[in-house]
Design a protein around this ligand. Structure first.
Ligand SMILES: Cc1ncc(COP(=O)(O)O)c(C=O)c1O
Length: 464
């Protein structure tokens, strides 16, 4: 088969608007060439994020209708609790409105000033929540995890030797170790079960608990089944159970592999930690049987957590991302290899080498994708992570200039992604016409969300 066929049929449709090229140019100028500031109904295909953008199934929509909105003891909580226990295996299940609140509550309870928290790579909100406690977030991913063209099956793995060294060196200052599956900030790359086991052994040796950042746990388990020796015949649910058995708890943003638009949770075995977290939960989120959500959302989340382990779904999901990445690769478009589970990353530095990092090559591609085709992607490079040196005003560039095409779950068909592939290939063919951008106005923090940009005028050609 040329591309993965959808393991679902469509029962409800949402019309997509295709605004004219002239209108897109006007909207881009009005948005200061910043796609975060575009109205979403001017976008044909929106690949800004895979978070909270999933399509719910008929059963999830039906689940919303059996919400029991009791303040305490809602039946939906009990179903949710038993579903989480059956997949993750942890005793205490604490709902939150999304992943970062799970992080905030956990770190607020157990991390203190001067602590160190190791992870393969911290996601931005995880890092920010560690730093909010005045602790240090340390990334210890294996070396190949930072090399875009290095092909390896588990580029999300923890470097266990460096972890051992870190735990020995900072004895008494590490309250927990995290392992992010899949590793979003490293391109959605998976972690092997063997690596989780080895990480757990090092943690046990140093008597430090291991927690998973489990946002994309089902995609990770699917990669294990496909790639790790000894797992080909194991059901994905059993693989996930084994993975979680090596840890003492997890944080979860159900906006990813919970297949819902809002929701998250914390789960753990330690009763004393759970009690501390729950006290704070009541203060900032709500009663422990709803945790900042409507009870109907818990029912939809429980249903989503079961559906995400369906192997036909996972084969389609991971296959759809791989198919887009492979089509681009075959056409000579530079991408991060191998593709991860939830997104395709373009290597903007190799794509548009004539644009220096200070003129945001990734953003130039993002702008062209919207202007020419109505597709929204996101720059993960100098605009997002670079900053001007306060003394000289010169921009310092990050190691990688990427453009992320994040694929929402069950939202776009393979035909939509063919359109995306053809659009990217067309822009790549005409890459010499891409123009750099410069900042007109930017906030001091997280500038990519609100910055105003303008295109750099073409360089004058000097005669003689
Ligand atoms: C790995 C990882 N951890 C945590 C989060 C935070 O989750 P949320 O957006 O639900 O707060 C995200 C969101 O993208 C993520 O990818």
């Amino acid at each position: 088969m040329a591309f993965p066929a959808e393991p679902f049929r469509i029962k409800v449709v949402e019309p997509l608007k295709r605004v004219t090229p002239a209108e897109r140019i006007r909207l881009l100028e009005q948005a200061g060439y910043n796609v975060f500031k575009l109205p979403s109904d001017s976008i044909y295909i929106d690949l800004l994020t895979d978070s909270g953008t999933s399509a719910m199934s008929d059963r999830q929509w039906a689940a919303l209708m059996i919400g029991d909105e009791a303040y305490a003891g809602s039946r939906n909580f009990y179903r949710f609790q038993s579903t989480v226990r059956s997949i993750f295996g942890y005793e205490h299940v604490i709902p939150t409105h999304q992943g970062r609140m799970a992080e905030n509550l956990l770190f607020g309870a157990v991390v203190k000033e001067g602590d160190i928290v190791p992870n393969n790579i911290h996601f931005d909100t995880t890092r920010a929540n560690v730093e909010h406690q005045k602790a240090e977030a340390v990334d210890l991913v294996v070396r190949e995890g930072l090399e875009p063209s290095h092909v390896a099956p588990f580029k999300g793995n923890m470097d266990v030797e460096r972890l051992d060294h870190t735990l020995a060196r900072h004895k008494g200052r590490v309250p927990l170790v995290l392992l992010t599956i899949t590793n979003n900030s490293g391109g959605g790359q998976p972690v092997s079960v063997a690596n989780a086991r080895a990480t757990a052994e090092v943690c046990r040796k140093h008597k430090v608990p291991l927690f998973f950042d489990a946002c994309r746990f089902a995609e990770n388990a699917y990669f294990v089944q496909q790639r790790e020796p000894g797992y080909a015949n194991k059901p994905v649910k059993d693989i996930a159970r084994e993975m979680f058995s090596y840890g003492q708890g997890c944080t979860m943003s159900a906006k990813k592999d919970g297949l819902v638009n809002i929701g998250g949770f914390l789960a753990m075995n330690d009763g004393a930690w759970a009690e501390k977290v729950t006290q704070m939960l009541i203060l900032v989120e709500g009663f422990p049987t709803y945790g900042g959500l409507a009870s109907r959302d818990l029912e939809a989340m429980a249903q989503g957590l079961e559906e995400v382990l369906d192997e036909d779904y996972l084969s389609f999901r991971v296959g759809q991302v791989r198919d887009l990445a492979d089509t681009l690769h075959a056409a000579g478009v530079p991408t991060v290899r191998p593709p991860g589970g939830h997104a395709v990353y373009l290597d903007a530095r190799a794509f548009a080498p004539h644009i220096p990092p200070a003129e945001f090559p990734g953003q130039a591609i993002v702008v062209a994708l919207y202007r020419d085709f109505g597709i929204r992607a996101v720059e993960i490079g100098s605009l997002m992570f670079g900053h001007a040196d306060p003394a000289t005003g010169v921009e310092a560039a990050p190691a990688l200039e990427l453009v992320r095409l994040a694929i929402p779950r069950r939202v776009y068909t393979s035909a939509h992604l063919r359109f995306v592939a053809e659009s990217v290939i067309q822009i790549h063919r005409e890459r010499e016409s891409l123009r750099g951008l410069r900042i007109r106005h930017a906030a001091p923090y997280l500038r990519h969300f609100t910055a105003d940009l303008e295109e750099v005028p073409p360089k004058p050609v000097h005669a003689g």
